[in-house]
Design a binder for this molecule. Structure first.
Ligand code: BGC
Length: 881
């Protein structure tokens, strides 16, 4: 048995919005071991007519099954293509053709976009965050074969055709650097249309485009009016085609959404509902004509995946009364999304829910850490029939909601929380024998679910929710184990580039809504771009995607952006030491002065360490894409920076001048320590750890690499000890305090019940969840081989320790699942490992003295370990430690 399954285009199942080159990947199934593909064939066709393919690769001798590029094809705009693959392996078995998958091509040229941006608002509405409707009825000329709507908005929109919402996307078109890149969505509406008359319409809200964003509460960041644009691309059965577009003949009206904003919530008056507004029978004579809003169509880019959706539903766990007498719903999980409720009242009755994250030490409603964000949802009933509702254009970060107003007695079954985030396949699983660690993994994943809502945000609740680059960089590797982040980060990185300064500086937040809008903010008045560890997202995130997927096109796409950022640092470095305006340093580290956000590690050191790290990565990536000149140039720049770093930050005795945990961690993890000083530096780190009673006092910069700095230098026991600390400050301290997500501050909630100042105290901030990658990479030992990335060759090197009886983890790679399960009985270890077909792995047995069952593999000793090269298949290995 040999088969091809799980065929993907651009790492996605059946994607829409495709233009230009595509990359195809598939998974090979076989009951044999050591399976390697020797050739493949791909066919692409229309209408499932594989006898007449539009593309046939022919038989290609190749072992590549993950990023097979089809280039030079001109797809027809708004057209569905079917694709199938077959493969031959080293046993000379030929698979059947795979089950066909499809992709839908977007417009292939921007100048094909003719729909106008139409608005039911005027400029007078600039400070009004109400919702509006736009609509149009149209007549089809005959029977249709296919129809696609390409649509987008200035603001947020929901699309309706003949009374039905199209698709299940939320918060479309997402948040991008709108003036440079506005995404449009592609929907197959063939089944929504009917012969003759049809109606199309959209509901619009302010969203990121014109609503309030940023803690200075500026609105109208991109424009003053919401607007909708679309074109319906129709192919008739007789082969003719027609394009129906949004234009000045559309009609507009206010909608029942009286107010809606990202931070403050939504007010919906059901009395203002307009029955049947999106159907053909509706008479829109009384509606006003829309205004056509100028907006450059050159900015339009097809969205090709990871749209935001309602992903997980959680029923209310309890409704209770606080000491202060408030009625509160508890969902038992801190999350991002909304409360879906059903309500029965009389006309004019009001529902008001105030969402929030935590109770105070007395068990009362705590709103202070939301800062100015109101997170309030109001619904006004129109009659005594049961109604159901959740916000259209706003999301909340919450575990609790205070019921400030409700007709009658609320019942627990009236409320369900919906986690809303970018739709990404879950790729990673990790469980072990320690329930607290499992809860930590849960919290990390929910931190991700809470902050991957179209862009990687810092937090989802207060008046921020911005694409802080540093947070995303720190968490990128962990995120890329947990879910398929390919499209999500690729999209965001294009915006990062779009918002770079002409000199290559990287905005602190992407999309950048801070530049020019920070007034006298005590921090940001000193700069809104280019901080170490933040700006380095420009390089580290593409590198992480390259490692995870083995995909070179990320490097190609981000090449100039990365180079720009390195150039920026180089321009501002003095004698190889770089520093620039506002730096966040080791943000919110506990070695900061009382009440300060800035950790004790000097900025010169953090900046230069990242300058070296990013430059080194860029030199490697230049080599990967065959740019020898840059590889050499940046390779020598890297060497120079490292030399400068060593001269500047180590004293003549080989001691780091900055005696902080983070200075040691960065120096070790980034390989900045001269060989002769490595032992001393490790000893220094252990001493600093000891000084804190085995606790970390690191912030955003040092924390992600702490355990790596220990385990890579022979201190796996200390790494596990640190990971498993349960008292303050530690990862498991949060778990013990009942956290269901990751906190922004180690001392968000202190042992004495007090909290860190409400001006910056999020309970859903994924940054410290960056420990997640250590669990996958080291505890489970599912590691990527930099020289053969994307798991084409894996390094399976589980580290036994932490008093764990077992660890069970898997990652669904582009070649299929890589998994490790180790269990330990006294000194005897059983290791089960799966290596996907068409890949290989080094299997390394941690501190093995003797192998009792080698599962047919040939183990050789390397230092304290035994190691074997494995082809594809499942292995059960037993060894004595
Ligand atoms: C955010 C952080 C961010 C930081 C910059 C904060 O307000 O919430 O996560 O990285 O500012 O230092």
């Amino acid at each position: 048995m040999y088969n091809v399954t799980d065929v993907r285009v651009n790492y996605l199942h059946n994607p829409v919005g495709i233009s230009g080159k595509i990359q195809i990947g598939w998974i090979l199934g076989s009951d044999k071991k050591n399976v390697v593909q020797t050739s493949y064939q791909i066919q692409i066709t229309r209408d499932m007519d594989f006898d007449n393919p539009v593309y046939d690769s022919g038989v290609c001798a190749s072992d590549e099954s993950a990023h097979v590029t089809v280039e030079g094809m001109v797809w027809e705009s708004a057209c569905k293509y079917d694709l199938r693959v077959r493969s031959v392996n080293n046993y000379l078995e030929m698979s059947d053709w795979s089950i066909p998958v499809f992709f839908i091509a977007a417009l292939q040229n921007t100048d094909e976009w003719i729909g106008e941006f139409v608005s039911a608002e005027t400029e007078e509405d600039k400070d009004n965050s109400k919702g509006t409707y736009v609509r149009k009825a149209f007549v089809l000329k005959g029977r249709i074969k296919s129809a696609f709507v390409l649509s987008t908005a200035l603001g947020i929109y929901h699309l309706f055709v003949n009374g039905r919402k199209v698709g299940d996307d939320e918060f479309a078109p997402g948040w991008t650097s709108y003036h440079n890149r506005l995404l449009y969505q592609t929907y197959d509406v063939t089944d929504y249309l009917q012969d003759g008359r049809n109606a199309i319409g959209a509901m619009l809200g302010a969203g990121w485009y014109k609503g309030v964003m940023g803690f200075k509460r500026y609105n109208n960041h991109y424009g003053m009016q919401t607007a909708f644009a679309c074109q319906i691309m129709i192919t008739y059965e007789d082969g003719t085609s027609e394009i129906i577009v949004s234009d000045s003949t559309w009609k507009g009206s206010d909608s029942p959404v009286i107010f809606s904003e990202i931070y403050d919530g939504e007010i919906y008056d059901a009395n203002k509902e307009i029955d049947g507004w999106d159907t053909v029978s509706f008479l829109d004579e009384s509606w006003k004509s829309v205004a056509v809003v100028p907006f450059s169509k050159n900015t339009l880019v097809p969205q090709n995946g990871s749209t935001v959706k309602e992903i997980t539903a959680i029923p209310a766990q309890r409704i209770f009364k606080t000491k202060q007498g408030d009625t509160v719903i508890d969902f038992g999980q801190n999350l991002t999304g909304w409360i879906h409720f059903k309500v029965k009242g009389k006309a004019g009755d009001k529902v008001e829910l105030n969402c929030f994250e935590v109770l105070d030490s007395e068990g009362n409603v705590y709103l202070d850490n939301l800062r100015s964000a109101k997170e309030t949802v109001v619904y006004i009933c129109k009659d005594d029939r049961e109604a159901q509702y959740h916000p259209y254009f706003s999301f909340q970060g919450f575990q609790y909601a205070k019921i400030s107003s409700w007709p009658g007695e609320p019942d627990i079954s009236d409320f369900t929380a919906h986690a809303v985030h970018s739709d990404m396949e879950e790729t990673g699983t990790f469980t072990c024998s320690n329930p607290d660690l499992n809860q930590l993994q849960h919290n990390i994943k929910w931190g991700m679910k809470g902050n991957f809502l179209d862009i990687p945000t810092d937090c989802p609740q207060r008046d921020e929710r911005l694409g802080w680059t540093g947070d995303s960089q720190i968490f990128c590797r962990t995120a890329s184990y947990i879910m398929n982040t390919y499209t999500f980060f690729s999209k965001w990185l294009r915006d990062l580039e779009a918002d770079q300064t002409p000199e290559g500086g990287v905005a602190h937040v992407v999309p950048d809504i801070l530049t020019g809008k920070v007034d006298d903010d005590r921090l940001l008045k000193d700069g809104t771009h280019s901080a170490a560890a933040w700006g380095d997202a420009a390089v580290i995130n593409p590198w992480t995607l390259y490692l995870t997927f083995g995909d070179k096109s990320v490097i190609e796409n981000q090449y100039e952006s990365m180079k720009g950022w390195i150039g920026f640092m180089q321009n501002h470095a003095v004698d190889g030491i770089w520093n620039y305006q506002l730096q966040f340093g080791d943000w919110v580290a506990l070695d900061a002065e009382e009440g300060s956000y800035f950790g004790a590690t000097p900025n010169d050191l953090t900046c230069t360490a990242y300058y070296a790290y990013s430059t080194g990565l860029f030199a490697k990536m230049a080599a990967v894409v065959g740019n020898k000149e840059d590889a050499e140039k940046y390779g020598s720049l890297y060497n120079e920076i490292v030399k400068g770093y060593q001269a500047h930050f180590f004293d003549k005795n080989g001691i780091l001048t900055a005696q902080t945990q983070t200075a040691h961690i960065l120096s070790l993890y980034f390989n900045l320590v001269p060989d002769a000083y490595i032992e001393k530096t490790v000893a220094g780190l252990l001493r600093l750890l000891d000084k804190e009673g085995g606790h970390l006092v690191t912030g955003f910069v040092g924390t992600p690499y702490f355990c790596h700095a220990l385990s890579q230098n022979g201190h796996i026991r200390e790494a596990y000890d640190l990971l498993l600390k349960e008292d303050f400050p530690s990862w498991l301290y949060q778990v013990k305090m009942g956290a269901t997500t990751i906190w922004e501050h180690w001392d968000g909630l202190r042992p004495d019940g007090t909290m860190w100042s409400p001006d910056m105290n999020s309970f859903n901030h994924y940054a410290y969840g960056a420990i997640g990658e250590w669990l996958y990479r080291v505890a489970a030992g599912i590691e990527i081989d930099e020289k053969n990335p994307g798991y084409k060759h894996s390094i399976l090197y589980p580290h036994i320790g932490g008093n764990l009886d077992y660890v069970d983890a898997s990652y669904n790679s582009v070649y299929g699942p890589v998994s490790v399960n180790w269990s330990c009985n006294e000194n005897e270890v059983t290791l089960k490992a799966s290596v996907p077909h068409n890949t290989t792995a080094d299997i390394i047995l941690d501190q093995a003295t003797r192998v009792t069952d080698a599962a047919g593999l040939d183990f050789a000793r390397i230092g304290n370990n035994l190691s074997a090269i494995a082809g594809s298949g499942d292995y059960v290995i037993r060894f004595i430690k």
